[in-house]
Ligand binder design. Structure first.
Ligand SMILES: CC(C)(COP(=O)(O)OP(=O)(O)OC[C@H]1O[C@@H](n2cnc3c(N)ncnc32)[C@H](O)[C@@H]1OP(=O)(O)O)[C@@H](O)C(=O)NCCC(=O)NCCS
Length: 187
């Protein structure tokens, strides 16, 4: 069947769309990511994934996930899906691609903070196996508490080879999984 969306690494060409998503989805009080911040993360070692959905002959960036990577842990800093594209499994595809990528890097746990009232996101994270750890009072600029959630990862740091038979670089390897996810995520 046709692919409705793909999951890819964010690129500089996605900057306008990423800023538009941020303006559409988050209030300024939610510490929106700026264009400069997105640019920084695209060029950094962090994981910025974008979902691209088909819109007629074109594709639009319909969502993104940003995970900050440390040696042993990763933190899902933000995830958002454009209003008209929600409830199609896009956040799930972004999250599963990210979890796979970070566990393949040997990272041992993944964590995040989410507003205690954000039931939809909490449900999403719980479906993936994140556990509620603690509430952090007064976490957000608007005074709202955060729920800290985390999940241990099974390290799958193993050697793999690219389609051409040559050893993959780390990023190639991530792209390969992300590409596969895009097709598995298609309905
Ligand atoms: C939370 C968000 C990222 C989910 O994106 P999505 O692409 O619609 O999510 P999915 O379609 O992959 O849904 C996965 C699961 O999330 C939960 N969920 C997502 N949207 C939901 C909704 N409107 N109502 C109830 N549950 C919802 C459900 O458990 C759903 O699984 P199900 O379809 O089997 O019920 C999206 O609603 C969003 O961008 N919200 C605003 C930004 C935000 O809150 N980000 C998270 C905190 S930074």
């Amino acid at each position: 069947m046709d692919t409705l969306y793909t999951i890819e690494h964010g690129a500089i060409g996605d900057l306008d769309a990423l800023v538009n998503i941020e303006n559409e989805i988050f209030d300024r009080a939610d510490s929106q990511l700026s264009r400069r911040a997105f640019r920084y993360h695209i060029n950094s070692h962090n994981l910025l994934l974008v979902a691209k959905s088909r819109a007629g002959e074109n594709t639009v960036v319909s969502g993104y996930l940003l995970a900050l990577l440390h040696r042993k842990s990763a933190r899902v800093y933000s995830i958002a899906v454009r209003t008209g594209y929600q409830k199609q499994g896009i956040a799930s595809a972004l999250l599963s691609s990210a979890i796979r990528a970070v566990s393949d890097l040997g990272i041992e746990r993944i964590a995040l903070e989410v507003k205690v009232v954000n039931d939809n996101a909490i449900k999403l994270y719980q479906q993936f196996g994140f556990s509620r750890r603690k509430a952090i009072p007064d976490y957000y600029p608007d005074g709202m508490a955060a729920l800290y959630m985390e999940m241990p990862l099974v390290s799958q740091k193993m050697k793999t080879r690219g389609k051409s038979g040559e050893a993959c670089t780390t990023l190639d390897w991530i792209s390969m999984y992300v590409y596969q996810d895009a097709h598995q995520g298609a309905t």
